[in-house]
Design a protein around this ligand. Structure first.
Ligand SMILES: Cc1cc2nc3c(=O)[nH]c(=O)nc-3n(C[C@H](O)[C@H](O)[C@H](O)COP(=O)(O)OP(=O)(O)OC[C@H]3O[C@@H](n4cnc5c(N)ncnc54)[C@H](O)[C@@H]3O)c2cc1C
Length: 216
């Protein structure tokens, strides 16, 4: 820490970084409270929420080849603790946090990609603002569609949740079921809205999956 700057190694949990920033009366990272993962991951994918994004805070990055080793963030004085509560409440109300998930599956598509022109569902949004993928999926009637133990969330249709038991060795959602749901969503949204949804998540090769997770 130095004045308004905060330094973190890439493996630090993003939630710990948010906590330390608040403890030191620094503002700028409140929006990141509740985003799972590490600081390195958040910088690599440019994590964002509530109109804020990681790249706007980063003042320095130390790398080895393409691996982020540590980052320095430039924040401002006067932590806004009340914002954290507000954002957490919003997440609880709108996201299926009681079930495991990978977060949002799809990026919100640009209206430019909408070959049908301004569709009724985009009314009220500025012309170039992204369309919420969750809303499009909901409009296709796909909420609660289940394959195996993988289900399109009833609370937020851009989340696919694992409804299975979480005991180690128990049979939960399989990667192949999640992939089938993703394909179903893409096909249905394309047919209804003539829009191609693009994944926000990344696919890992099978070998990498097996070394990271007991389920899959
Ligand atoms: C319930 C829930 C809510 C979420 N809400 C949000 C949200 O509001 N906003 C948002 O942006 N995301 C959100 N996410 C997504 C998720 O938290 C991010 O993708 C996370 O920031 C990725 O960090 P990670 O450490 O898990 O990285 P990983 O998932 O391990 O990796 C993600 C990518 O970053 C790369 N990477 C990771 N670490 C490094 C490093 N040190 N150097 C170089 N590359 C690296 C990996 O190679 C990979 O390509 C949410 C997820 C869940 C489950």
């Amino acid at each position: 820490m130095s004045s308004n700057k905060i330094y973190a190694e890439a493996g630090v949990k993003l939630s710990d970084l948010v906590r330390v920033s608040i403890e030191n009366n620094l503002t700028g990272l409140e929006w990141a409270a509740g985003i799972p993962g590490t600081v390195g991951g958040a910088v690599a994918v440019n994590a964002s929420a509530f109109g804020e994004e990681m790249k706007n805070l980063v003042s320095d990055i130390k790398r080895y080849k393409n691996i982020i080793l540590s980052v320095e963030l430039k924040l401002k004085k006067n932590a806004q603790k009340n914002l954290i509560k507000k954002y957490f409440t919003y997440r609880r109300q709108t996201q299926p946090l009681d079930y495991p998930s990978a977060g949002c599956i799809f990026k919100n598509p640009s209206q430019l990609g909408n070959k049908m022109g301004a569709a009724p569902f985009s009314r009220g949004l500025p012309p170039l603002s992204p369309l919420p993928a969750g809303y499009l999926i909901d409009q296709c009637g796909l909420k609660e569609k289940k394959i195996g133990q993988a289900m399109i969330s009833e609370k937020h249709a851009n989340f696919i949740v694992n409804c299975g038991p979480l005991r180690r060795g128990a049979s939960g959602a399989k990667a192949k079921d999640v992939i089938k749901l993703i394909q179903l969503i893409k096909k249905t949204v394309q047919k209804k809205f003539n829009l191609d949804l693009e994944e926000e998540i990344e696919y890992l090769p099978k070998r990498a999956r097996q070394s990271r997770s007991p389920i899959g």
